[in-house]
Design a protein around this ligand. Structure first.
Ligand code: HMG
Ligand code: MG
Length: 318
């Protein structure tokens, strides 16, 4: 059954994943004060949707353990909406107490990954989510549905496009306002992403979909093109390409936000984000984490800024 769309064509909404999907998989945990600074900088660069934390088991993902404290200290004045991942009722209650603007429930197309990630199978996860969606919606909290392994599962192998479409419909029918289609292990290419999107778009309008590409094989940016061509205008991305999923062996971070914005602006599309400010933040957080900057655009802009700084230093010393 087709549902209503309603997105404007040249505007793209970015959902920044760095503080959650990014930091959940970094070996060096960023202290709370620096996570807050990261978020303040992301807000300052113009990002209006940021997933900042996860109310999950601290034993499973220690990097997200202080999400409740983080939410308490967020800058709340502007238009930015803050999201949190929630796996169960305990997580929902914590997200409500933390005044999360949006929650993300997460399941997958495959049982293997779902069991590794949240300890139950796909069908059980949908049964668990139904009352959570109802309760969140009753309180006016938007619910995003993450659907992982849309191209392949690290345990169960390739996913059929029709399976993705059926699962996305079921999440929408539960009451999710948007479905984020996750290539969790980043194995897709436009050759596999396009038929997957066609199958989903046969059932669901582009305005209710987001794409969530991990960049493990360097295909994240290329995979955005079939999504954009098909009218999808919500893109998940991670500053400096931070992160990955600790329960998806070998997965690297989301496609870097700087790369996505450079591409979109180059295509004449608008994002509302100041690329220079964001790139400076990507460099800043990479240095804090002691890792190379995972964004090529970020590296290039940083090198340009450094060259300019050197020239200014030289000319002021003459
Ligand atoms: P469990 O251990 O299987 O079972 O956890 P449990 O329900 O019996 O709970 C055991 C312990 O966890 C108990 O504590 C609970 O209180 C505690 P104990 O009594 O032993 O001290 N607990 C919790 N603590 C805090 N918050 C909670 C919570 N629930 C239980 N909400 C559970 C089941 C689902 C909690 C666990 O498996 C879990 O936290 N999984 C989350 C894993 C995760 O965060 N993965 C990464 C995010 S998903 C992702 O990155 C993919 C995505 O980006 C899309 C894509 O790329 O495709 C979204
Ligand atoms: Mg992810």
């Amino acid at each position: 059954m087709k549902r209503e769309s309603g997105m404007q064509d040249d505007k793209v909404s970015l959902v920044e994943m760095g503080p959650r999907d990014g930091l959940q998989n970094e070996a060096n945990a960023l202290p709370l004060i620096q996570r807050l600074e990261l978020i303040a900088r992301l807000v300052e660069s113009g990002l209006q949707r940021i997933e900042v934390g996860a109310f999950v088991s601290p034993r499973r993902v220690p990097q997200m353990a202080d999400s409740a404290e983080l939410f308490k200290a967020l800058p709340r004045k502007g238009p930015t909406r803050y999201g949190a991942l929630v796996p169960n009722l305990q997580g929902l209650q914590a997200a409500i107490a933390a005044r999360a603007d949006e929650i993300g429930l997460f399941t997958a197309c495959s049982d293997g990954f779902t069991r590794a990630n949240i300890g139950i199978g796909v069908e059980e996860s949908l049964v668990r989510f139904a009352p959570l969606v109802q309760e969140a919606r009753r309180l006016g909290i938007k619910v995003r549905g993450y659907l992982s392994t849309v191209i392949a599962c690290p345990f169960d192998g390739p996913t059929r496009p029709k399976r993705v479409a059926a699962m996305a419909e079921r999440l929408l029918d539960l009451g999710c306002h948007e479905i984020s289609l996750g290539d969790t292990i980043g194995v897709g290419t436009p050759g596999t992403v396009a038929p997957m999107l066609d199958a989903v778009l046969h059932e669901i309008p582009a305005g209710r979909l987001a794409v969530h590409f991990h960049d493990t094989y360097g295909q994240g940016l290329a995979n955005l093109l079939p999504a954009l061509e098909r009218g999808i205008r919500t893109i998940d991305c991670s500053v400096a390409g931070l992160g990955g999923c600790p329960y998806a062996p070998g997965a690297s971070g989301n496609v870097a936000s700087e790369e996505v914005i450079y591409l979109l602006h180059g295509l004449g599309m608008s994002t509302g984000v100041d690329l220079d400010k964001l790139a400076a933040t990507g460099q800043w957080v990479s240095e804090r984490l002691g890792r190379p900057n995972g964004s090529r655009v970020g590296q290039a802009l940083h090198a340009n800024a450094e060259r300019l700084r050197m020239r200014l230093c030289q000319s002021s010393s003459h």
